[in-house]
Ligand binder design. Structure first.
Ligand code: FAD
Length: 106
């Protein structure tokens, strides 16, 4: 992995933005697609130790694909898990829409 930090920033942007645009009432196919995407993402993420820990976490925290808001909260929990591991500040999950739907600069 060339740059685990910028890879991470770009990847979280993709995942949180995906959730922010996921339907409120997804079809079965949409639910299956995003479930598979997350599973495959966790297998191909090009930082092997990151991917390994993420897969382990997913094992006890299956993606909540019932709706956009639930998927956004799911990724917020996933991201906070990594924040804790890296001794970063936890993110307030009430602010996910403000951050990733409306957008703010940081
Ligand atoms: P990032 O953590 O990349 O966050 C970017 C922005 O997202 C923040 O500025 C904030 O506005 C917002 N944000 C922060 N927390 C949340 C949240 N909970 N919900 C919603 N928005 C939030 N790095 C490692 O060194 N070791 C690892 O094992 C590791 N595992 C990773 C696993 C995955 C699946 C991913 C995607 C990344 C992983 N990373 C790992 C990278 C790490 O999470 C960070 O992306 C990287 O350290 C850069 O951090 P950053 O401080 O720039 O902000």
């Amino acid at each position: 992995p060339a740059d685990v930090m910028s890879l991470g920033r770009g990847s979280w942007r993709l995942l949180h933005t995906l959730a922010a645009n996921y339907p409120d009432a997804p079809t079965e196919e949409e639910k299956q697609n995003v479930t598979q995407f997350i599973e495959l993402f966790s297998r191909v993420y090009p930082c092997p130790p990151c991917a390994q820990d993420f897969r382990e976490w997913l094992g006890s925290n299956p993606p909540d694909v019932r709706s956009g808001p639930m998927l956004s909260q799911f990724f917020c929990r996933a991201h906070n898990e990594v924040n804790r591991k890296l001794n970063k500040k936890e993110f307030d999950c009430k602010l996910v829409d403000e951050r990733w739907k409306l957008g703010w600069k940081d």
